[in-house]
Design a protein around this ligand. Structure first.
Ligand code: FAD
Length: 386
């Protein structure tokens, strides 16, 4: 009998779990190694956009929307006081493409993906520390001193990837210049209708409010700060409330409803795009390859696309190194374009001067829905061969 090809996936985030599902369905023997003691059991929400849903569907992976998430039905851009600026045709694009965009709690998404792996695939509490090329493929080292050999190592170990560090050397993160706060909280508010998403824009600040289903809201706030990395860690709930004083009532209601210890504080960062995602029989995907600012809600979606495209190439091209080279060539134009677009959009959204904010508002007010649809449809379409 032909021996199964073996893969080690470093990191059980959204990208690593999707890659593991796709590999198992393609007949690989897979070991997923996660540094944290458990899959993330708490945390915030995120959007899983239509392109990610299409990519998951293509490998027959399921996100149980009814139990775990909420289809986005309305998507508004508003002024800080709630006055509408425009709406984004996200729901309509989803209908056109045949795949909805969702809001979901991150732990529920991780759990839903992990449940689609065969038992004993996942080892938690074990950190990958490096790799060495060997005649059989790759030897992977772990923090406890153990090593493991495989045909393929997938570095899906996120923003601070050790696999990336070894492959590419120092590639410094780039600050976003703003603090981000995130939380999921029970919230009942007349505006928080089924599938509601709104981004509220202020000067150097913004706030997002999303229905994630089951009576829960996911919210995030951002605020420009000269020393965001350090400041993010020490700001209290009261200071978050003070940051949004005078904003629309539902914004303040969401923050007020959130227990202090449920507010995650962070400084969002990305890295300058690179064109190398592989080295021998080692490959990067998701945030390990191309971390991006969250402005387009595409980080996890691109990690999912990476995983699906990678496994598709492994199936099509018998020589593993050639398959990785094809994956790299196919993915870097799309993902690097999105990294740049997310940074550009972030600059617009975090604009601080009165004039820039005025210009932004009028640009979005005057842009017809047909143009907004055209601008979004490319990103929201998963094209396995593009
Ligand atoms: C504020 C914010 C909001 C966002 N909102 C959205 C959104 O709405 N939609 C969207 O699509 N994206 C969003 N993103 C981006 C998204 O969260 C990431 O792009 C996505 O999680 C990347 O998935 P990943 O699997 O590549 O990495 P991660 O999710 O970071 O997973 C990496 C995993 O690897 C583990 N790990 C790390 N090092 C090691 C090691 N050495 N050995 C073993 N395991 C290791 C980690 O513990 C982790 O579990 C947002 C990001 C931020 C910061």
């Amino acid at each position: 009998m032909k021996e199964l090809r073996k893969a080690i996936v470093a990191g059980a985030g959204i990208g690593g779990l999707t890659a593991a599902i796709a590999l198992q369905r393609a007949g690989w023997q897979v070991k997923v190694v996660e540094a944290a003691p458990t899959l993330r059991a708490s945390g915030t929400g995120l959007s899983v956009m239509a392109n990610a849903m299409a990519a998951l569907h293509s490998i027959d992976a399921h996100v149980p929307v009814e139990q775990a998430g909420q289809v986005i039905r309305q998507f508004f851009f508003k002024k800080h006081n709630g006055e509408p600026i425009t709406s984004m045709p996200i729901h309509e694009i989803g209908e056109q493409l045949g795949y909805p965009s969702l809001n979901i709690q991150r732990p529920l998404l991780l759990r839903a993906l992990a449940q689609q792996l065969t038992p004993d695939t996942l080892t938690t509490g074990l950190r990958c520390v490096g790799y060495a090329h060997c005649p059989e493929g790759v030897q992977v080292s772990f923090e406890d001193g153990s090593t493991h050999q495989a045909d393929l190592l997938i570095g899906a170990d996120g923003l601070n990837s050790v696999i990336r560090q070894q492959m590419l050397g120092e590639t410094p993160t780039r600050p976003s210049g703003y603090i981000a706060w995130l939380a999921v909280t029970p919230l009942s508010h007349p505006l928080l209708t089924e599938g509601y998403v709104a981004h509220y824009w202020g000067r150097g600040k913004r706030f997002g409010l999303c229905d994630v289903g089951d009576g829960q809201a996911y919210w995030w706030g951002t605020c420009n700060h000269g020393n965001a990395a350090e400041a993010a860690l020490r700001i209290s709930k009261q200071e978050v409330l003070d940051t949004y004083a005078g904003w629309s009532a539902e914004v303040l209601a969401a923050i007020e409803a959130t227990p202090e210890n449920a507010i995650l504080k962070m400084h969002a960062r990305d890295r300058a795009p690179v064109e190398q995602f592989c080295d021998g029989q080692v490959v990067l995907l998701g945030d390990a390859a191309h971390p991006m600012l969250p402005s387009l809600g595409q980080g996890a979606a691109q990690a999912i696309e990476d995983a699906v495209v990678l496994v598709d190439h492994l199936g099509q091209t018998p020589d593993l190194r050639s398959a990785l080279a094809h994956y790299q060539a196919r993915r870097h134009p799309r993902v690097n374009g999105i990294v740049n677009a997310a940074r550009f959009m972030s600059g617009i959204e975090q604009a601080e001067s009165r004039f820039a904010c005025w210009l932004r508002e009028w640009y979005f007010r005057l842009t017809p829905q047909s143009s907004l649809r055209k601008k979004n449809i490319d990103i929201l379409s998963f094209k396995p061969n593009a």
